[in-house]
Design a protein around this ligand. Sequence first.
Ligand code: ADP
Ligand code: MG
Length: 555
Amino acid sequence: MAKRQFKAESKRLLEMMINSIYSHKEIFIRELISNSSDAIDKIYYRALTDDSLTFDKDNYYIKVDTNKANRTLTIKDTGIGMTKEELESNLGIIAKSGSLSFKNENEMKDGQDIIGQFGVGFYSAFMVADVVTVITKALGSDEAYKWESKGVDGYTIKPCDKDEIGTEITLKIKENTEDESYDEYLDASRLKTTIKKYSDFIRYPIKMDVTETKPVEGSENETEDVQVINSMVPIWRKNKSELTDEDYENFYEEKRYGFDKPLKHVHISVDGTVRYQSILFIPEQMPYDYYSKEFEKGLELYSNGVLIMEKCSDLLPDYFSFVKGMVDSEDLSLNISREILQHDRQLKLIAKNINKKIKGQLLSLLNVEREKYEKFYQAFGRQLKYGVYSDFGSNKEVLQDLLMFYSSKEKKLVTLDEYASRMSDDQKFIYYASGESHDRIKKLPQTELVADKGYEILYFTDEVDEFAIRMLMTFKDKEFKSVSSGDLGIEDESPSSTETEKKENKELFDYMKKQLQDKVKDVKISTRLKTHPVCLSTDGEVSIEMEKILRSMPK
Ligand code: ADP
Ligand code: MG
């Protein structure tokens, strides 16, 4: 039996598609500009392979114009244009991508920059326009054509006049409705912002007219200028050696990653199994909303210079959520809306790689620019400690070298490695004491014996400290020990004397225990006190400080 073809109600399909694949209407501008850029790329590619053609960069551009009175927005390019047949198939068949065919036919290796592949982006124009008109003249053709469509009820193609090779697309912007205003797509400055957001790194100039009012000798004078609004070459594609710290700082500011000056940046360019470029920043200050629900971690994600996602959270683990920056890769598998990724294998690889880089940067800060690291740690140290605590300690390998605590001996923040390297041979444990403040901890009777032995004590003043350390359990095979735990591993008890003391004071201890009732488990002779008459100690898993926190947590 002969196979039958599926039929589809194409009008409905188009409507469904337009309104369901994109989450932001404004991306239509990204799609149309990407198409224009592809069209110029194709001419460029032709010129590479055809000697009769020359490519003078100055002649190739994209121009965006608005006309508020007519409610039109025009995007014009000097790209390769379309023949009548190409108009029919590229704009008449949904999901037909002339750009993908071009790539395949030409076996473009270095042409992987061409953006189009799905054959649907163009139709996103109908999210904001009632009528879309395309006037185009193909390279090597004398005829120009006008394609016009109101979206749902098909399209017409007619011959028309056009001097230059290229394409001009005019959108008749929808009238405002009660729920939605479309005026922003006619507002030049709003458009400029949107274009900068998505298409700043399109490699050809995107031009717009800007009217500036300048006072000239008493009277106001309006001047109209053509301005190139995109930066074209992204900073991450530039050579590191040509860039200064200031360039990176400017980029940080321009991108509004933060209002501070970044403490450190790293510029990565990887040419391995996945190719990507990335610029990462370690901020100096904590964003005001860092510990609020509103804070969203993530890096900007670009595919070939076109912004795909503003905050790609999969690129950063929670414990590095303070990192700002971007990733650009040509190897991402995008889904049809070019918004979410279909397969995230590449993304996972990039994330893994980036994670290593961030750790490397932090270590180098710590080792080379200690003061800066301490500043960083003041702002984000807690996040690292949470990182150790969460995921059942599986992050400890990454994070333990980055932790710092205040030291009783050094009177400043020290790393665990520094502590361990100072440990004497007879010292069994890494000691810590928890409390509200350094002052309070210093006065704890439990610290006396340890300090007297000459051992260093780490002061834990953050609620998360002890929880994090419990996840680590050991550092370089040395166990952590709270100074208030029962067995400190240093009491050189002489059993006979304690035994007799125990007997002698039995009555007193029993009385004390009775008075304190179930507030204590036992009252014992202590061998660890020096100047204090009494102290509390624990023999269980949980220290007194930790118990306090656990008790204060909502049940
Ligand atoms: P895609 O870009 O993914 O291929 P689109 O729906 O955006 O899909 O565009 C469909 C096709 O229409 C493109 O592949 C291209 O062949 C053609 N096209 C669209 N805009 C232009 C343009 N400005 N100049 C030349 N060809 C274009
Ligand atoms: Mg496209």
